[in-house]
Design a binder for this molecule. Structure first.
Ligand SMILES: Cc1ncc(COP(=O)(O)O)c(C=O)c1O
Length: 425
């Protein structure tokens, strides 16, 4: 097999630079929380394919479910000849989605597509056009998802014009001096200055901002949004694409806030490594769209749906919500120790297994250490640990291991990262 370097040379010639890649680890095999590259080097995976393989790479139950489905059929198109794994998955998710209001579900392929569909549904239901999202938000790379995304570089630069009617409000980040009150005041101001609430179809929010930097919505904030949406007849959309499926210690992150969103996007962890996304929402809202208004050739692939059933079984059987909490606590004690012995760990954010450290110079929140962050992730890969960076300022190291990672393996990875940070800072 070719080496990493040889494959990278092909990559440079054959694929565009626009798809930025974070490591030069060309994968040959992956099992649970480890990846082996084409040269046989082994890596501990703290990325899980960006929060996708929550049940670990190639979980045998997922693989078997997919094999069984492949033996039956791989594609008929749900709109042409519907199938059991789709309708039963809908039934299952409707049952476990937060809140008591009757739900319905639609399945698609990517996260961005799920986001697009929530906006279509919210507009059709309300008969309104405007949509509000947050600065620092990431909702995907299609046109409307990009419009909703609250970060220009690299996601939006040069790609406009975007669909009209999208407004951004600052996301509350206490560490950066933006409180929930500030954010809600800005929303109020927006209602006065730019768009009256009666024209707003939806507010979309990540319960924990993902690409933006792993900032959780502060306590009470989502409830306030819920109240505002109820007051003005606005559809509240929770984007659970990165936070869903046990990642934060609950099946869905909004459960921490105890709210029931009107619509919820899901993707990534839903199908354990197979491309499947969905929108679960209040039945009355989901049913506001006319027949034929929703769907797609590959939407709700039988393979993905079969995998998703296995994923839901594993989450329950192996208490992966509990595992996510333990992973978060293991990262917390490591990060606190690192913080007390270096000056660069500005903030520690523990959201179960969606945790992060924000690196700054000399403990100064206003001096983000983006170069250090990049260098740490690069050296970690050289030393056998795959980890990702994120954040609007590029200075956050995020931890998204499979929830099935063994404690010892996580400890080994954290020791390596801690060692690199100590030496470089
Ligand atoms: C919160 C959130 N929404 C939407 C998306 C887009 O999902 P996809 O890349 O599958 O289109 C992502 C991907 O990172 C995400 O984290």
């Amino acid at each position: 097999m070719a080496t990493n370097k040889e494959l990278q040379a092909i990559r440079d010639v054959a694929t565009p630079q626009g798809v930025g890649i974070q490591t030069k680890v060309y994968a040959a095999k992956a099992r649970n929380a480890e990846i082996w590259d084409v040269e046989g080097n082994r890596y501990i995976d703290l990325a899980a394919g960006i929060a996708v393989c929550n049940t670990g790479h190639n979980h045998p139950d997922v693989v078997n479910a997919v094999k069984d489905q492949l033996d039956r059929f791989s594609h008929t198109c749900f709109q042409v000849a519907p199938y059991d794994v789709y309708v039963r998955l809908a039934e299952r998710l409707n049952e476990i989605a937060p809140g008591n209001t009757p739900k319905k579900s639609i399945f698609l392929t990517t996260g961005a597509e799920a986001v697009e569909n929530t906006i279509k549904i919210a507009r059709r239901y309300t008969g309104r056009t405007a949509v509000i999202s947050f600065t620092g938000a990431f909702h995907g790379r299609t046109m409307m998802a990009m419009a909703l995304t609250g970060k220009v570089m690299p996601y939006k630069q040069g790609f406009g014009p975007f669909p009209a009617g999208v407004y951004h409000v600052p996301f509350p980040i206490e560490y950066h001096g933006i409180s929930s009150e500030d954010s809600l005041a800005a929303l109020n101001e927006l209602f006065k200055a730019d768009v009256e609430p009666e024209r707003v179809a939806a507010i979309i929010v990540e319960p924990v901002q993902g690409e933006g930097g792993f900032y959780p919505a502060p306590d009470g904030f989502l409830q306030k949004l819920r109240d505002i949406c109820d007051e003005h007849g606005i559809v509240l959309i929770a984007d659970e694409i990165q936070t869903g499926f046990a990642r934060t210690g609950k099946l869905f992150a909004v459960e921490h806030a105890g709210i029931e969103p009107d619509l919820m996007t899901m993707a990534k962890g839903l199908a354990g490594g197979f491309p499947l996304s969905g929108v679960v929402g209040k039945a009355e809202i989901m049913d506001s769209v006319h027949p034929g208004g929703l769907g797609g050739t590959f939407g709700g692939s039988p393979i993905g749906c079969a995998a998703a059933h296995a994923v839901l079984d594993i989450i329950e059987k192996d208490d992966l919500c509990g595992r996510a909490v333990s992973i978060g606590e293991q990262i917390r004690s490591w990060a606190l120790e690192l913080q007390s012995t270096t000056s660069c760990v500005g903030d520690i954010r523990i959201n179960g297994a969606m945790s992060a450290i924000e690196l700054v110079e000399d403990g100064d929140v206003d001096r983000p250490a983006a170069d250090l962050t990049k260098a740490v992730a690069a050296e970690a890969a050289d030393r056998g640990v795959i980890t990702l960076t994120c954040g609007v300022r590029g200075n956050v190291i995020r931890f998204l291991p499979p929830l099935t990672i063994a404690e010892e393996l996580l400890a080994e990875a954290l020791t390596i990262i801690g060692d690199i940070i100590r030496r470089k800072s």
